[in-house]
Structures are given as C-alpha cells and as structure tokens.
Design a protein around this ligand. Structure first.
Ligand SMILES: [Fe+2]
Length: 337
C-alpha cells in the first residue's frame, strides 16, 4: 500500500465531486469501522466539505435466519438527516444495498456510496474512466437488447427476457458523481434485472466459481434448474449442493429461490484469486463480483419485483459465454471489447 486510508478517501470523494460547502453524511454502526468513519470525515473536510456521522446500533441484515432486526424509529430519523446531505457515505458492515433506505436516499437526489473493502483492495481496484466506459457500453447493449443468454462448456444454458424500455440496469463503476446515483467502491460490473419470472434453463456451477457472501469458491459441480425465474432443482453429489439446499430451505420463503440480477464483470485489475490471497471473511467480495469476463448472477432479493428477503447470494462464474441477442459480450470467460 502506498496511500493511507485518509488519502484514499480524499482522492475518492474528489472523484465523487465533493467540494466546498457540501455536506457529507456518514452512516455507520456503533462500534464498527471507526477508521473508515474517521477517514471519510477527514477526506470530506480536506476538500472543503462538512461531515456529519449518522450512527445506529444495528442496520445490517443477518446472513442466516431468523431475521431479528426490525426497523424501528432509528431508520426514519436516519433518513431525515440523510436527506439534508449532498452525499451519503455508507460504512455499515452489511451495507444498505437492497434496502428501502438506499432507495429513499437516492430517490431524493442524493448520491450514495457504500464502502466496505480493506484499504489495499480500495487502492488496487481504484476506479477509472476506462471502467466507466466499459460499464456504459454494457448498459447501452442491455437497453437495446431483448434476450440475455449464458452458456458454458460445463452445461450452463439459460435465457432471460430483457426487452422493454424500463429494464432495471445497475451500472457500477465505483464512484458517484451524478445526483441520485448509488455505487459501491470499488466496482466494475454491469447487471440488469431481467423481467420477473422469465429466466429459463440450467446453471451448472463449477469448482472455482464463487459464492458471496459465503466468501468461498464452489468445490463440486452443482446443477440448478431454473423455471419461470425460480430455482426448482438443486442437484449434485457434493457438499455444495447439500448446503445450498439447506440454506435455501432454512428461510422457509419462496422468494429466496428467485433469480435476481444478471450481468458481467469488467474490472481489469480484479482477480479471481482474491479469496485465496486474503482472509476471505475480511472481504466484502467486490473483487470477485468485478473480474473482467465473469458472468455474475444472484438469487433472492429483487426490489424491482417487490421481493424483499435478507437472503441474497451473488454468484460470479468463470468460463461462461454471455450474449445480448446475437452480440457476445463475454466469450469463454473473456471480456469481448
Ligand atoms: Fe447482488
């Protein structure tokens, strides 16, 4: 590492357009990531902005049932304060990603940035305009497309309907320099939420694909049968298939079996090996989500289909071919320019 956390935040907040007389709100959880809170304050102040810290006792979702946290009066109070800020930096442990909090802050025109990765990942995967233009190119293809398809030599063969002008698209290049924009620093991927209940086919997970937030690689082949947007069968002889069946059924909620966003990574310096090189539990998984040429899809939560559940797996896969209609964007795990 060559930069301090404070220097990283200063440079990144500058990229987000923070400057004189702006107010930056930092949302945090008591007792967690105090160094990030301090770095965000220092970064904002060094750019001439003011900073306030909005801290609550617990905001993160659980990763296993039961979901204990019920939103109380802390959330409306937090939203009221966040609404006064020009930009909100979310340093909560789990991130207010799929929550109504995020939608309401960005819906009010505020820009919002989530930060969770260790400092060396923030530095090594810093955002660039090249990443942004790769993401924007993907967005334009998705907007014009009708069908997203993914295939692999391992047996994956899935299609989903992405037609229509109102296709929800998530463009993540890692910084927020436009009103109402949300992003996660660092990032480099493009994803869409296909029309609900239209994904059909088979997804075959192979060793080396990743399970986030389990923060580990798939070890055994798992065959998932997807019908009308929902996973209907999970087959495989190994512990992965057994654990996935166990995890999904534990929620006792049909919503967890839904497919959610689908897309691909474009970040040139993100590496598949991150879960081996670092302590994987110290990572949020942005590096694996962003590897150039991955196919990244997810399960469960989908705010565009009014499907809310804390259960949400992001699954980046290697060696897939992804196409928008006849236009191949990823071939055998390599990004096509
Ligand atoms: Fe996700």
């Amino acid at each position: 590492m060559t930069a301090s956390l404070e220097e990283l935040f200063t440079a990144h907040l500058q990229l987000c357009g923070v400057g004189n007389d702006q107010l930056v709100g930092i949302i945090a959880e008591h007792g967690h990531k105090a160094d990030y809170v301090q770095a965000a304050i220092a970064g904002a102040r060094s750019l001439g902005a003011k900073a306030i810290v909005l801290s609550a006792s617990s905001l993160s979702n659980p990763t296993l049932p039961p979901a204990l946290h019920k939103n109380g009066r802390d959330i409306p109070a937090l939203l009221a304060a966040a609404g006064e800020c020009d930009m909100v930096v979310d340093v909560t442990v789990g991130g207010l990603i799929h929550s109504d909090v995020r939608t309401r802050i960005t819906g009010a025109g505020r820009r919002m940035l989530f930060v969770a990765e260790p400092p060396e990942v923030l530095e090594r995967l810093e955002s660039t305009s090249e990443i942004r233009s790769r993401v924007e190119k993907g967005r334009d293809l998705l907007r014009a497309g009708r069908t997203l398809s993914v295939t692999s030599a391992g047996g994956t063969n899935l299609t989903a309907d992405i037609s229509g002008e109102d296709l929800p698209i998530t463009c993540q290049w890692g910084y927020v320099d436009e009103p109402g924009r949300w992003d996660h620093w660092p990032s480099g991927f493009i994803a869409c939420f296909p029309k609900d209940r239209t994904a059909q086919g088979t997804i075959v997970l192979q060793p080396g694909d990743a399970l986030i937030p389990w923060q580990r690689y798939v070890r055994d082949t798992v065959t998932l049968t997807v019908e009308d947007g929902f996973i209907r069968k999970i087959e495989g002889d190994g512990v992965d298939a057994a654990n996935l069946r166990d995890y999904f059924s534990a929620w006792d909620d049909e919503a967890v079996y839904a497919t959610s966003h689908m897309g691909w990574g474009v970040h040139p310096t993100a590496s598949w090996s991150a879960f081996e090189v670092y302590d994987p539990r110290s990572l949020y998984g942005q590096e694996l989500r962003s590897v150039a040429g991955s196919f990244m899809w997810s399960t469960g939560s989908n705010r565009f289909a009014n499907r809310e559940t804390p259960a949400h797996l992001d699954i980046p896969m290697r060696a897939c071919t992804v196409a928008i209609d006849d236009h191949v964007v990823v071939r055998d795990g390599k990004l096509v320019n």
